[in-house]
Design a protein around this ligand. Sequence first.
Ligand code: NI
Length: 170
Amino acid sequence: MALLSILTYPDPRLHTVAKPVQAVDARVRSLVTDMLETMYEANGIGLAATQVDVHERLIVIDTSEERNQPLVLINPEITWASEDKQVGDEGCLSVPGIYDGVERSSAIKVRALDGDGKSREISAEGILAVCIQHEMDHLMGKVFVEYLSPLKRNRIKTKMLKARRDTERV
Ligand code: NI
């Protein structure tokens, strides 16, 4: 197991479109283990492979209070999304310290392979639905701040670049 480093906005690699996972083999299972460890260590509720600079369609999620219900979605596809939408505050491990409202479908159905390569369809609502949509955006090269106004996005970009310079100076 290993902790992976997480790309931070506005790293251009976050805008890479991920390719489908070809086979759920030992390499992919090991990546899943590392991504889960990285997500738990960072106190996140979701992590997309894009964020650890692996451009394959794979996400890990755990929205449980106890942090013991990992969900692995490989090659996820949304098969249904409710017309009903909700705005909720989102954050992202790639945009630390920033939280803002994003409008998402309140309920979705997703088909994906699990960590054993078995196909399954899950229904999600509430925080899980939000999290899946947020992580699937990462696989398309989209970071949640891109839903915000250009003014807000530029402020966030400036703040992130400054934080990175400050870190590099230490
Ligand atoms: Ni994110």
